[in-house]
Write a protein that binds this ligand. Sequence first.
Ligand code: ADP
Ligand code: MG
Length: 460
Amino acid sequence: MNQQDLWQNVLGEIELQISRPNFLTWLKQSRLVQKNEKEGMVLVSLPNNFAKEWVRSRYHKLILGSLRNFDGSIRHVDYVVASPATALEAEPAYKKTKPASAPEPKNQTPLIELKIDPKTNLNPRYDFRSFIVGSSNELAYAAVQAVIKDVGKKYNPLFIYGGVGLGKTHLLQAAGNEITKTYQGRVNVLYVSSEKFINDVVWAVRNKRMDDVKKRYRDIDVLIIDDIQFIGGKTTTEQEFFYTFNPLYENNKQIIMSSDRPPAAIPTLEERLRSRFEGGMIADISYPDYEMRLAILKTKAQEQNWSIEEKIMESIAAKVQKNIRELEGVLNKIVFYQEYKNEKIDNKKLEEIISETIQVSSKNITPQDVIKTVAEAFGIEPADLTNRSRKQEVVEPRQITMYLLRDILKLSYPHIGEKLGKRDHTTAIHACGKIAKEINQNPGLNQKIMMIREKMFKTS
Ligand code: ADP
Ligand code: MG
């Protein structure tokens, strides 16, 4: 399936799931402008910044899910602003059918078919050759190497934790691939995301097929579970996981897990699981330092045959500090602008690309930030929002504040009511519902809220 067909299929699917006006307003003009097979990454263009933010915040899950229905190797979607016309012009460069004389597009790896192995769920794209080791991940890397040498004996279970986009999945998958290769099929490896595990268990419980699940895991020699934090608090799943985990563990089968935090910090994890996890080896992955970030950028550019000025790579490495996926995202976009839109990447453009790629964590935003930003946007005082005043001109800003406190910070309704003039939780519920509905009907309001969001994420 070529890029255009893929996107048409995706749009066709999404069109059935959202309202017609929403589809026409937000997605009609979208294009798939880049597909990087190797990284499982897709770049979608929207006609303006506004639409881009909107689609990212509302439809991202839907888009990713649908893309994956058609192409399981896709793992990430990112968004850029480009007029539909430019986006279309860009497209022929990616098509596989082209005149024989046309030069091979640079950012494609057309000959290597990278397929996920259905038996192991491993993606061959993850290997150690493309994995840069530095001080932030050397412990985790060493532990994985020890496990590969001595499967099931040395560090069991091996528990690796670290923040988003820092290479946990890459490391786990590379370990699986390496083990498969080293032992040439004599060792059964299975990689599952804990999301998949949870789905399997839920399905099996519902259909009374728990024995099938047990059977599937019984013959595994190396079980790799990614993002294990998600099973915390899901009682049935935890229990099933325990029954799956225990016999494997007792038979010296290797278990490798990743999580976004150490076992002790998964609040809802059952005690018996926690103590098992802590009984093996725990290694963390932290933020890469500047040298490592630069090395990663250079390696990626080289792998893809991209020519990007040294100066630009240094700038990216200096500015994108906390997420390797974002580092790659910035690089992908630079190639898009440079090669397909023929734009010169100056400092201003680079800043723009970086700020639209870095997902500012809402962890840094406080309720006070929300209140302050809304007040500024409406030219009123923060106190107008937090007192009990019923002045007409503060009603809507206050409702917007409530909506944003809920949407961004996930505060509880009673808490929101309390913060904004000691109001009842029903007032907060009403306000959030009202704004959520109006956003879809009133482009002016929508725009205003988007601006507020943008401002908040930029300054925090
Ligand atoms: P996580 O699972 O921790 O969220 P991923 O393993 O998905 O992170 O990594 C995000 C992206 O960064 C992937 O494309 C991965 O290949 C790349 N990456 C992560 N760590 C490294 C590394 N040490 N060297 C090279 N690429 C890396
Ligand atoms: Mg991961």
